[in-house]
Design a protein around this ligand. Structure first.
Ligand code: 7TS
Length: 404
């Protein structure tokens, strides 16, 4: 196991103050913090080898290209993809999902069915609704239960030969529920459906193996896993990526352009039009190295200790209700204080230096299920401490006293 004090030294931001108090950063579900190793990669790129990639004849361009494509190999190895060209670098999870939804517009037909879960982030709902509007396909929804788990018996009933696509998150950003994606993928494949898994909330905590999962598409954002914002990835099985038309037209994604006809580049460049976030992609690779050096088993063990400790301490506060009590969840706790709006709680916590997220977390269907406007969400990472949880708990007690 790692030494927490050594880990925290990697994160300059954790030493700052907010309203004169030490920052207690518990909004990792929104974005993770950035270790100095990733920051140094960004400084190094812009200081020493910033250049456009893939076509430059000069040394800087070749150095930048080598580093960028090395990052692609790191991402391939991390997710255990069979080929590096199955890794498409995008601006993040949202773009990755939209890329696949755009592609399926040419594959779906009227009355086809697609399945989404109740636990999704809006970025894994809205693109598919747009797809259904465009194609005449029908959106079916896997229901959730009070614990915040998906009801698999209902999923089984939704599946049929009409089902062409299933898209579910690996982990719920609002509740922390870890979904049974292996089962979801296998059952989807039994009826001939393609399955996309939204890994945005999973990748800080879990190291997915896309070949073991046999998933067709897996998406992630670098900023959720200690990388920079504005870069992420789409893994797609080669067979599927070859079926999908290009997402955007422009430079990089072509083989030959004439006014009569344009032919497209091979994978992965068919889906990578224009100048990419070169520095972000390289820094994404550094973030992956950083997390693997700590070890995902160590991260999972430590974060589970934090989750258990925080759950126990918060439930000692009378009138506090936790939403999302699945037996299979990561270090995310959504809660409310009886009769107090989450926004008011979050505002008071901020004054105490504590950063949490309040609101619907871009998961309004979940809030509708619980009949609440939103929650206070504390989301923990491997660089948080039990002492920080104690500060959170005292802050919640203070908010309750002030707002009751
Ligand atoms: C499960 C899930 N899917 C997709 C996204 C979108 O990722 P992006 O394209 O990198 O923005 C998020 C972001 N979740 C959150 C962003 O802020 N608070 C959150 O919980 C997410 O948690």
């Amino acid at each position: 196991m790692f030494k927490i004090e050594d880990i925290r030294k990697d994160f300059p931001i954790l030493s700052r103050k907010v309203h004169g108090k030490p920052l207690v950063y518990l909004d990792n579900g929104a974005t993770s913090q950035t270790p100095i190793q990733v920051i140094n990669t960004i400084v190094d790129y812009y200081s020493n080898y910033n250049a456009n990639i893939h076509r430059g004849v000069h040394t800087l361009s070749q150095e930048a290209t080598d580093k960028y494509e090395t990052a692609r190999y790191k991402i391939q190895n991390h997710f255990n993809a069979k080929h590096a060209h199955e890794i498409i670098l995008t601006s993040g999870t949202t773009e990755s999902i939209n890329l696949v939804a755009h592609g399926f517009a040419s594959l779906l037909k009227k009355n086809d069915e697609v399945i989404v879960s109740s636990l999704e982030h809006h970025s894994n709902i809205v693109p598919w609704q747009m797809l259904c509007e465009k194609t005449g396909a029908f959106l079916k929804v896997i229901p959730m239960n009070d614990e915040g788990d998906l009801v698999m018996e209902e999923y089984d009933k939704l599946l049929s030969k009409k089902t062409k696509l299933v898209f579910v998150n690996h982990i719920s950003n609002a509740l922390g529920t870890i979904n049974p994606i292996k089962y979801i993928i296998e059952k989807g494949h039994q009826v001939g459906a393609a399955v996309l898994i939204d890994g945005a909330q999973a990748c800080p905590h879990i190291k997915p193996d896309v070949q073991e999962l046999d998933v067709d598409f897996y998406v992630a954002s670098a900023h959720k896993m200690c990388g920079p914002t504005g870069v992420g990835m789409l893994y797609g099985k080669e067979s599927w990526l070859k079926k999908l038309p290009p997402y955007q037209g422009g430079g990089e994604m072509i083989a030959e352009v004439t006014f009569e006809k344009t032919t497209y580049a091979n994978l992965p460049h068919k889906f990578e039009a224009g100048t990419p976030n070169i520095c972000g992609g390289i820094a994404f690779g550094t973030a992956i190295d950083y997390l693997n050096n700590i070890g995902f088993d160590n991260i999972a063990t430590y974060e589970h200790e934090l989750l258990e400790y925080a759950t126990k301490k918060l439930l000692e506060i009378e009138g506090l209700k936790i939403y999302g009590t699945s037996k299979n969840k990561t270090s995310v706790i959504s809660f409310n204080l009886n009769g107090i709006h989450p926004y008011d709680v979050g505002t008071i916590l901020d004054k105490l230096g504590i950063a949490v997220r309040t609101g619907h977390h871009c998961a309004q269907p979940i809030m509708a299920y619980y009949k609440i406007p939103g929650t206070v969400r504390a989301s923990f990472a491997f660089y948080n401490t039990k002492e920080e949880i104690d500060v959170l708990v005292e802050g919640v007690k203070k908010a309750k006293m002030m707002l009751s």
